[in-house]
Design a protein around this ligand. Structure first.
Ligand code: DGJ
Length: 745
């Protein structure tokens, strides 16, 4: 039995109850240690590379750390007036102070089903806390995976006060990060320019990253963050903590750096205009945070996230994805039966496996000719498609491809039969005309309302039960919440809207997956506005961006790759001039960029020349050779596009390191510019790899075509790549790229 004295700011000493126990949770390469004592707050001890038993036994709460406050779950109003609290509430009697102290804790082995439906194993620690003055109870959960370096943590809040308790802050526990030379990386952007990387030193003050879109939460700011602990992030070296909030709703992430020795990271749903009236006995479960630690730089952290995602957090993460043609940029709303059939035949002729009919196929009273009507009226427009979905499925069968279809089930337009019938289903402020979005008429349906949840489920249910051959759904969401108001929630509970909407959405997704586990579903929202791990357990992939320009895609896919695996990144070859930025890149360049993700096409094949089709056919064929490596291999980012050297390179290496695929892109052409050689990574030094160029367009092979090199040479030196393509004069342009396949002999 031991009593610990913890020093608080302003010289206060307070005793922590006796019988403190250190609890260590382990993943294959990491340890997380906290100190627990009945009647005390849970205290942070350590998060980092695996500890030896002796180290673990000798470590304690770092009390030498300059006034650091290492409670994992500071609650507002008693001992934590100066710190950012995880939890703040107004008790039924109006008291604003809360203190959360440990009652008990337990650890158990976990052998259950992960959110994506796959079996998983690990260990879970639950710490039970309560307020000494009020019957308020919080469970802190920490889950360490047995086979991947990932830990998840979340909280469950409940109370037995006589009347409602109002939660005003409800973040997940704090993750303290020692103040060494910490650089933080996060991702911002906008429509058609998603996932731009931003890295800076963590300075004193509070870094606040939040999103208030309402329906989608990743178009402008992503809820993932990476901390390089020893200076600016390096790809293959250095210590890195990477973390994500597994949530699709509004969020708030804080990194607070005060005068103490730590940075304090905390993440949770945004409490802005979202106080939550918790009923007696009701539980409030926060979305999970996921965190990993890498001693192999940012690549190591990305690989940990990718592995965990493919196994446990992405639907069908262990399968391979089909190569598809999506109709949007090819025909936009100009859908018609023969046009669809022609696209099916064309993608098949180039080696594709799936055709997806995008927006514009529905609406009878209000045909969807443009984006201002008919969302909610999911009946085929028979003037465009006289034989309906039956006819499309028949055409797909005849063409020899699978068929997929676009829907936007959470939305409606003021011009729609659905809105005429159910104006009470839309989100709008009481007493006000609704503010509308896309097309001047779009509105968000109120998923807080169980009737709306049933309706959204029924859209998918009807499509898949009536036409079980539909293999793929593109689920879009093109409007933010532009009004605050649920016509379902009571006047008192209007502030529940965002939480209730996303609970409703998850509920619908769970119902869909329970009934239709196999269908492939793409998560799309005005491009990449819904790239989050809250939804991916139900979706197979996401649309990275509405911007398909190959050059800008290199940056967006680069940023996205920090947390998301290539298998989930829909990446399509499109027409030039590009429809978003009007740049004309070469088709070879477009193919090579798209091949580094989940390859598809977003183009009207009818407008392509035979030569262009041949090149795409070759790209698709070649992609099939390396599909498994791209979609399931380990990513190594080699040369960032953000550097001044104007080249970018990455590679994927199979788990056995017997197959790899290397991508190189020239970002700008300047005469007599010298490109540094890119060193490869992730290979076996003593294995011999034969190099084959894929998507070759040059008249003569590269000097090393078909030759064999040791992994050591490729990683210590690398291959010298010509900066231009050796093609006829009239075919020259300023774009150059290389895709190299490496096969161990
Ligand atoms: C936005 C998506 O990002 C596009 O790919 C396309 O599906 C359109 N919506 C259709 O309206």
């Amino acid at each position: 039995m031991k009593t610990f004295l913890h020093i608080l700011p302003f010289g206060l000493l307070f005793p922590i109850a006796a019988a403190a126990e250190k609890v260590e949770l382990r993943t294959p390469a990491t340890s997380f240690v906290i100190e627990l004592a009945k009647g005390a707050e849970p205290m942070f001890v350590y998060y980092g590379p695996s500890l030896t038993a002796t180290d673990a036994a000798n470590l304690g709460v770092p009390t030498d750390a300059n006034w650091s406050h290492l409670s994992l779950y500071p609650a507002y109003g008693a001992t934590h007036m100066q710190d950012e609290p995880c939890l703040a509430m107004r008790h039924a009697d109006g008291n604003l102070s809360t203190q959360m102290l440990i009652d008990r804790w337990e650890r158990r082995s976990v052998s259950d089903t992960a959110p994506n439906g796959e079996p998983r194993q690990g260990e879970e620690l639950t710490v039970y806390l309560s307020d000494p003055l009020y019957p308020v109870h919080v469970e802190l959960h920490y889950l360490a995976y047995a086979d991947v370096d990932m830990m998840e943590y979340w909280t469950v809040i409940r109370h037995d006060e006589r009347r409602n308790v109002t939660l005003t802050q409800y973040a997940n526990p704090v993750l303290p990060i020692h103040r060494d030379n910490v650089y933080c990386t996060h991702f911002t952007g906008s429509w058609a320019a998603e996932a731009q990387l931003s890295e800076h030193a963590l300075e004193p003050g509070t870094l606040l990253i939040q999103d208030k879109d309402g329906t989608r939460n990743s178009g402008m700011r992503r809820n993932e963050m990476l901390f390089a602990l020893d200076g600016p992030a390096r790809e293959n070296e250095g210590h890195v903590i990477a973390t994500a909030l597994l949530y699709s709703g509004n969020y708030r992430i804080l990194v607070d750096t005060d005068n103490t020795d730590y940075h304090y990271y905390m993440a949770g749903p945004s409490p802005d205009n979202a106080e939550y009236h918790l009923r007696r006995g009701e539980t409030f479960t926060t979305p999970r945070s996921a965190v990993t630690y890498s001693t192999h730089g940012t690549n190591g952290a990305s690989q940990n996230f990718h592995r965990w995602a493919r196994r446990y957090q992405l639907r069908h993460g262990n399968a391979e994805r089909m190569i598809l043609l999506n109709s949007w940029e090819g025909v936009y709303f100009n859908i018609n039966q023969e046009g669809m059939a022609q696209m099916m035949r064309d993608i098949k002729s180039m080696g594709g496996e799936l055709f997806v009919m995008d927006d514009g196929w529905f609406g009878t009273k209000y045909p969807r000719l443009t984006d201002n009507c008919a969302l909610g009226d999911w009946e085929v427009d028979t003037t465009k498609l006289p034989e309906g979905i039956d006819g499309l499925l028949r055409d797909a069968r005849e063409a020899g491809v699978k068929f997929g279809i676009w829907i936007e089930p959470e939305m409606t337009n003021t011009v729609s039969e659905l809105y005429e019938k159910h104006p009470e289903w839309v989100i709008k402020a009481p007493g006000r005309e609704p503010v509308t979005g896309r097309g001047g008429t779009q509105l968000v349906l109120d998923l807080a309302n169980p009737a709306v949840q049933d309706y959204v489920f029924s859209i998918v249910d009807r499509l898949l039960s009536q036409w079980p051959d539909i293999a793929y759904i593109k689920w879009d969401a093109n409007a933010p919440m532009m009004n605050h108001g649920s016509q379902y929630l009571s006047a008192d509970d209007q502030s529940h809207l965002n939480i209730a909407y996303h609970r409703g959405l998850i509920d619908v997704c769970q119902r869909i997956r329970a009934k239709y586990p196999d269908v492939i579903i793409q998560d799309c929202a005005s491009g990449g506005s819904r790239v989050n791990y809250g939804l991916l357990p139900f979706f197979d992939e996401f649309w990275v961006s509405d911007n398909t320009d190959a050059l800008q895609r290199i940056y967006m896919q680069w940023g996205t790759s920090y947390f998301y695996p290539a298998i989930a990144m829909a990446s399509h070859i499109s027409a030039v001039p590009n429809h978003a930025v009007f740049r004309t890149t070469s088709l070879k360049f477009r193919c090579d960029v798209a091949m580094s993700g989940r390859l598809g096409m977003e183009i009207q094949p009818k407008n392509m020349s035979d030569e262009e089709k041949d090149l795409c056919r070759q790209a698709i064929n070649d992609y099939k050779l390396v599909r498994k490596t791209v979609q399931h291999g380990d990513l190594y980012r080699l040369n960032t596009p953000y550097d001044a050297d104007r080249q970018a390179a990455l590679m994927y290496v199979s788990a056995q390191k017997d197959e790899a695929v290397f991508f190189w892109y020239k970002l700008e052409t300047m005469k007599n510019h010298h490109f540094p050689i890119v060193r490869m990574a992730g290979l076996k030094p003593d294995a011999m790899y034969t190099v084959t160029e894929l998507n070759r367009i040059d008249k003569s092979p590269l000097s090393f075509e078909g030759q064999t090199f040791s992994g050591a040479y490729l990683m210590n030196h690398g291959l010298l790549l010509p900066a231009d393509h050796d093609v006829e004069w009239n075919r020259r342009n300023d774009w150059a790229s290389r895709v190299l396949r490496l096969q161990a002999r």
